[in-house]
Design a protein around this ligand. Structure first.
Ligand code: PEP
Ligand code: MG
Length: 588
């Protein structure tokens, strides 16, 4: 620690951010910029020139797309590659092209304005179509629209990402994160974003070190700079000194050692020193993670974020495609359970609606969006039911805030079951249905809501943001996003008590479950099932194996009685010190 301070004390090359995904990496920086398109609505003086510009931009877009289509066919399934083929076809659509050309002539506005306007009309029609296929295509249209506009503006389309570099960006969407990881990104550094933004969660899932919310990393780092990302402490060092490089290389060595010793815990139970067994399950965001789930010996999958399938595929998968994904996963982990969560679309997750919501986190998100788009919801329910023949699938509903939402969802599930029966398709007749408790109204009504379902899972990522009124992805208020806020702890304790009163199983699947400092508190509150990123399971197991359940209960009581975050944190830290328990942060 002393050496750490010496090296960092006066370091001018240090950028501080939020430690979003653990790990240390030393590599060159890759500045990833996504310029926001500004559409010029201005008048044109030369119609012929404008029309020629359009012809050129269309030809260039077509050439680019044909190239992407060729690569896509090599790298992915035919079906997915066909997206690009469809985009090429749009470029040749005679009705669209005629409309655009006619409007350039009559309105004498910039082609980019007319292209944007005309294609947006198509998009909007598709978004409001009841045909799933049409809705799926609307996202592709966005891509093609941006491509033509960019080419009209003669801007370069930066789609190539260099391998083995640390991606430095203003912000990252979940889709960027996945896409970049495929190009072997070694780490992520962003100006914006918080610990529980979905991009941060995905970095953790993919085991890629990340520091987010630095405010100004893109200003201080230039393309090709050597940088060190310390995802444990939230530091980035730009063009490090030899002393700094040596120090971090030593740390990386220690980390490898630690991971080896954690691997040895694989076959040991997650039991407290006084014999209380805690079930450690895995949160799965991306399909690649399933190997880690198996390697780290979890008790099953406690949260499968299915909306990530849409991210990965780039489109809404159909019923049979979904069924295959779910069946595959349930078979691979059989007989362990797989909790499939219904699509949680909205909030900071990818854009699905064609309009901007003023408060997306308070808008049409999770169950609300599903109940408004029943076709999509039913497709997913039917796929889950069809995949349930191993009898190890459970189905969970996100963002529940009222009894009515549960009742309506149960009715729809019932309708799907009747349909499948009529179609003589086999499914698990006792498929268990659960809900996420992640909205304060649901937390207060835990007992009542529990009466309608088979199980409950606490989503602290959202619960904290809604309880404290702090955006989970906004770095400007990230210091107010406090998982140890006494109001959070009291709410958690209330939920667990009420669930037990209703005799329904309760678990927790928010990021808080992966914070080693929080674990004794969660166990002390009475949670016996924690679902966390697979890579963090060994760390959690090590903590559980070194704490006493009885002492954790006393600790929880003290924390519940506290009035401030500082008091709670102090008590937790003291607990670790008094019981000589080492946290990962202390070791690395
Ligand atoms: C949560 O809110 O805690 C949760 C697990 O769901 P997500 O992070 O996907 O919103
Ligand atoms: Mg949530």
């Amino acid at each position: 620690m002393k050496k750490f301070n010496q090296i960092f004390k006066d370091a001018e090359n240090k950028i501080t951010g939020i430690a979003a995904a653990p790990g240390i990496v030393i590599a060159h920086a890759y500045l990833f910029t996504k310029e926001k398109l500004v559409i010029n609505e201005g008048e044109i003086t030369n119609v012929d020139e404008a029309k020629q510009n359009l012809v050129d931009a269309l030809a260039k877009s077509k050439k680019e797309l044909n190239k992407i289509f060729a690569i896509a066919k090599e790298k992915m399934e035919e079906k997915r590659a066909a997206i690009f083929e469809a985009q090429v076809m749009i470029l040749d659509d005679p009705v669209l092209l005629k409309n655009i050309n006619d409007r350039i002539e009559s309105e004498k506005k910039q082609p980019e304005f007319i292209v944007n306007d005309e294609i947006s009309k198509y998009q909007s029609l598709m978004m409001h179509s009841y045909e799933t296929y049409m809705m799926e295509r609307a996202g592709d249209i966005e891509d093609i629209k941006n491509r033509i506009v960019r080419n009209l503006q003669k801007k370069r389309w930066e789609s190539k990402i260099k391998n083995d570099m640390i991606v430095v960006s203003d912000s990252l969407t979940p889709a960027d994160t996945i896409l970049l990881s495929r190009s072997n990104a070694k780490g992520f550094v962003t100006d914006h974003g918080g610990l529980t933004s979905h991009a941060a969660i995905i970095s953790r899932s993919l085991n890629i070190p990340a520091v987010v919310g630095t405010h100004n990393a893109t200003k201080h780092i230039t393309d090709g700079d050597m940088i060190i990302v310390d995802g444990f402490h939230g530091y980035v060092l730009v063009n490090p000194t030899t002393e700094q490089i040596d120090f971090f290389k030593e740390k990386i060595g220690k980390l490898v050692e630690l991971q080896k010793s954690l691997a040895e815990l694989k076959d040991q139970p997650a039991k407290t020193t006084d014999g209380k067994e805690i079930n450690l399950l895995a949160n799965v965001d991306v399909t690649g993670e399933i190997d880690l789930v198996i390697t780290n010996d979890s008790k099953g999958i406690g949260l499968y974020r299915t909306e990530q399938i849409i991210e990965e595929l780039g489109e809404l998968p159909g019923e049979d495609e979904q069924m295959n994904i779910y069946l595959n996963l349930s078979t691979r982990i059989y007989p362990k359970p797989l909790v499939i969560r219904a699509f949680d679309i909205g909030g900071d997750k990818f854009k699905f609606l064609d309009f901007d919501e003023p408060n997306p986190f308070l808008g049409l998100r999770g169950i609300r969006l599903l109940l408004e788009n029943q076709k999509m919801f039913k497709t997913q329910i039917r796929a889950v039911l069809k995949a349930s023949k191993n009898n190890n699938i459970l189905f969970m509903l996100p963002m529940i805030s009222t009894v009515r939402e549960i009742k309506r969802s149960l009715e729809i599930i019932h309708e799907c079951k009747i349909e499948l029966k009529e179609e003589k398709i086999n499914f698990d007749k006792n498929l268990k249905i659960g809900i996420m408790i992640e909205v304060p109204s649901a937390a207060l009504l835990t007992f009542e809501l529990a009466g309608f379902v088979d199980f409950l899972s606490i989503g602290t990522n959202d619960l904290i943001q809604y309880l404290i009124a702090v955006d989970r992805g906004n770095d400007l208020v990230s210091d107010l996003y406090q998982e140890f806020h006494p109001a959070v702890i009291r709410t958690l304790s209330h939920i667990v008590k009420e669930a037990k009163k209703a005799k329904k199983p309760i678990s927790i699947c928010g990021e808080m479950a992966a914070d080693t400092l929080a674990i004794p508190l969660l166990v002390g509150i009475g949670l016996t099932s924690l679902s966390l990123a697979p890579a963090t399971i060994p760390y959690a197991k090590r903590i559980i194996r070194s704490i006493s359940f009885e002492k954790s209960k006393l600790l929880a009581e003290e924390c519940i009685a506290s009035a401030t975050v500082e008091e709670v944190t102090e008590k937790l830290e003291k607990f670790f010190k008094d019981n000589s328990i080492k946290r990962t942060r202390n070791i690395i």
